[in-house]
Design a binder for this molecule. Sequence first.
Ligand code: AMP
Length: 522
Amino acid sequence: MGIAVGIDLGTTNSAVAVLRPNGKPEILKNREGSSTTPSVVLFQDFGAGDEPLIGEQAKRSAEQSPDDVVQYVKRYMGDPTWRFDAQSGARYSSEEVSALILKRLKEDAELALGAPVTDAVITVPAYFDDARRTATRHAGEIAGLKVLRVINEPTAAALSYGVDTKTNGNVMVYDLGGGTFDVTILSIHGNEFTVAATDGDRNLGGFDFDNALMKYLNGAFQKQGAPDMFEDIDLMVALRERAESAKKTLSTVEAAQVTMNIYGRPYRVQITRDIFDLQITSLLTRTQEIMEDTLEAAGLTWSDIDRVLLVGGSTRIPAVQQKIKEMSGKTPELGVNPDEAVALGAAIQAALSQAEPEPEPEFEGLIGGRSAVEGLIGGPIKVQDVTSQGLGALVYEEGTDILINSVIIPKNSPVPGEYEKTFYTREEGQTGSNVQVTQGDDTDPDFVTVVGTGALDYDAPRPKGSPIKYIYRYDINQIIEVELIDMTTNKSMGTFQIDRIANLKQEEVEEAAVRIGGMTIM
Ligand code: AMP
C-alpha cells in the first residue's frame, strides 16, 4: 500500500495535501512549484492520439486554442450527456476529464513525496447529489486511485481549521470558489465536529463575478467604438482573462486598468472597486440569502455564531468580506490559506480513513497516520455530517390519483443514517412495488429529480392497503441504499442501490481507467 493524500478537486483550481508525522497536514507542491494546479485540460494531438496538458500551461492556452481546452468540468460532473469532443476525434466524459486532472495531481504528489500515492480522499461541494458524488468517485478510480472517502469541502475546511486552531464553538464556513458557493454551520467541541446545516448554490462563484465584469467591460469598450466581443469566441476568451485579472487586482487596490487589442485597435477602460462592487451586488445578495437560510435551518441566529471561516479564492474580494461582516458582526477569518484549507482537511481525513491506521514502516518520517492527528487534537476525531438535499419517493397521495414526492430523509439530516417511512399498496392483489427514488425537498414531482428506480416483488399478492416500509440508508460517502420491508410478513423484500441513471457502469469505469491510464499527460 502506498500513501493516502487529500485532494481538493476544484472547479478552477485543485490542490493535494498529505499528513506529516507531526500530525499536521501540508500542501504538496506541483511540478511547477505551485500549491494549486488549475483544473484545466488542453487536448493536444501530435499524431499519436491525445496527449493532454494539465494545469497552468493549459490555462494559458485557453486564449489561443479555446476549442482544445476544457475548464470548469466540475460543473458537468454527474451529467451523462456532457462530452468533450477533442480534435483527435476522441470523446471524453466529465469523469474522464476529471480523471486526467487527478492523474496529474497524483503524479505530482508522487514527485513531491518520492513515494507512490495509491489512496485518496476527494472533496466535493456539500450540495453535490448522489450522481455527482458517484461521478467524482469514478473519476478517482479512473485515475488509478483507491478513493477512501468522498467528503464535503466545508467539512474538510472546518476539520483543518479546528485541528489547527483547536477552536470550540459554532463556526460558519463560507466557501466561495471559482464556480460554486457553499455555507455550512458546524459546532466544534474539542475533537467533535458536528455539522448542523449546509446549503449552497452550485452556479455561483468567481466565474459569475467574471461574467458580470465582462458584461460591464464589453459595454464600456463598445462605447469607445469596439465591436460586441461576445460575438467572437476568441475575443470573449481574452475578455474573460482580462476580467478575471482585473477582479483579482481590485482585491488589493482601488482601481485597475483593462487594456485590449480588438481587431488591431487598442482600447482601455479603467475600473474601480466601486464599479466592480456594483456589478456583483445581486450575486452578493444571493450569498446573503443562502447564509440566512442556513442559519435558520441550523436553528441558530447570528449571535450564536462564534467564528466565520473563509474558504475559496473569491473570499479575497473585499466586498464579500464586507458583506459577511455587515451581517454577522464578526470579522471573517482567512485562518488557513483559503485555497488550501479544503485539501488540508482532506489530508487529515485520508490519514483517519486508511485501512492501516499507521503508515507503513517505509514511509515513517515522511507521513503521519491516525495517532499523529489524534495526538495533536487530544483524542479520536468524530465528524458528523448532514445531507444537503432531501430524499424521497414518488407515491400517490392517499385516496387520489395525484402523484406526489414524499420526503423520507429531510435535508440537513445527520449522515450516515437510516430513515424510514411506510406506504400502503394501492391496488387489490398488488404483486410488487416500483420505487422511484427522488432527490429534492418539494412535494411537487416537477421540482425534484428521480435519481433511481427499483422494482421489488412481494412473496404473494397483497390486498389493497397493505403496509410496505421503505428504508433509506445513507452511507458515510452519502451514497444511498434502499430496502423495502413487507410489513404483512415483516420480511425484507430486498435491497437495491439506486440505478444511477446518470453514472457510468462499473465496466465503463474500468474501460476508462485503461484508456486514461495508458495516456501520457503533461
Ligand atoms: P477556488 O475554486 O477556491 O480555487 O477559487 C478560484 C476563484 O477565486 C477564481 O474565480 C478566481 O478568479 C478567484 N480568485 C482568486 N484569487 C482572487 C483574488 N485575489 N481576488 C478575487 N478573486 C480571486
